[in-house]
Design a protein around this ligand. Sequence first.
Ligand code: MN
Length: 510
Amino acid sequence: MERKVAIFDTTLRDGEQAAGIRLGPAEKLDLAKQLERLEVDVIEAGFPISSPDDMEAVRLICKEVRNPTICALSRAIVADIDACGKAIENAAKARIHTGLGVSDIHVTKIFAAERYGKTLEEKRQTVLNMSVEGVKRAKQYTDDVEYYAMDAGRSDEDFLMMLFDAVIKAGATVINIPDTTGYAVPEQFGALIARIAERTKNSNVVLSVHCHDDLGMAVTNTLAGVKNGAGQVEGTIIGIGERAGNCALEEVIMALRTRKDYYGVSTTVKAKELYKTSRMVADAFGMEIPMNKAVIGANAFAHSSGIHVDGFLKGRQTFEIMLPSDIGAPESSVVLTARTGRHGVRHRLRELGYSYEGEELERIYERFLKIADKKREVFDEDLIAIVHDEVSTVPAVYVLDYLQTTSGTGTIPTATVRLNIAGETVQGSHCGDGPVDATYKAIFSLTDTRAKLKKYNIRAVTSGSEAMGEVIVNLELDGRMGIGRGLSTDVIEASAKALIDGLNRLASKN
Ligand code: MN
């Protein structure tokens, strides 16, 4: 029988941890619902002891997302595990993920105090005892307990094996072998997984691999793990995560699928949801997907060299090992114009994986008409950007009512802004280094916010000077980060909208 490999997504935990952006519980729920549509097996939703927001996010996802297993992270410490227990109490299927750092470096540095033991041997024994106690405690809350041996990629193998024997005996159902520092190389890592598989073959434990991309080998190491017996892979969408990131799940999923002849395993993921999922994740974290990113990049299916195009036209298998439709990417770029009716827009949105009706569809359509009026041709990328701009769940405290700027050679850039703040109209003007700077100074002074601008990013959604500009800003308020986005054929207006969107998002998190 064909072996099944489970997909464990940790975008909301390991991914978020590194993004510099804290998502609110509602934003995390939106992504979790999309991960459910992608049909991943496990969603690691957060680290409940780390913040009240994380606790609430895990609880909310447990309540609303019922098909995948929802996993909560902890250290093998009583308070952490009890927080997980509380977070998962309403889940349909829940898992607690617990463990400790087990490499000599972790053992001697993290457990430096003498109360953990004087020698390395004694400290290792402490780590082993804490791990066993942690698994036992987690078992009081759920049967499904995953143990992680942090920094396993650099750990003493004899100790690792002893540790695994002990936690399996204590009830661990999944053993995670993380290469936390991205130090492993495929042949060596694969061989380690094979030895652990051999050692644990008489138990029902599932082996999991969790690789980081510091040397650009997270996906290769993960695949080496699968080839050698791992039954679960951990990673994130687009590979976002600590430092250089985690293993990019879309790459692993498509590699296992495209090279089934070699790996001989299957997953139950719905690959057709990958394109949309990757766009949603990029949006939520305010990041751009590189053009040449494997599987989901804008050029992943583009053929440009003469020989390739010629071959492609004679038969697409000549230079194409996957189809855009496999991951739900738009097959051909359909161009819409102002003459495209409501039904046409709705139909194209459906093909792109977005179902909107009623009032939401109407808002998107109105916006589409305005854009089509200005730039004549509306591409799929434009349509997706409009959707993400219009369908916002954030209540608007600040509304942009009027914006006028002057700039040019020999003039002092000035902006006049009128805002509606919770029903009241305020107006002001400011000078600046340029029209965007002037606009931002005016908005900051009118809103009287303590929020600070940390990052400003602008890009053209499609090519050509009439393209829409999309602005993404990172804001910080009292140590919390939030993003805002704005879209317009006028880049100054797009900039103002992005700042106001960011301020609204920060206000809604209070
Ligand atoms: Mn990690």
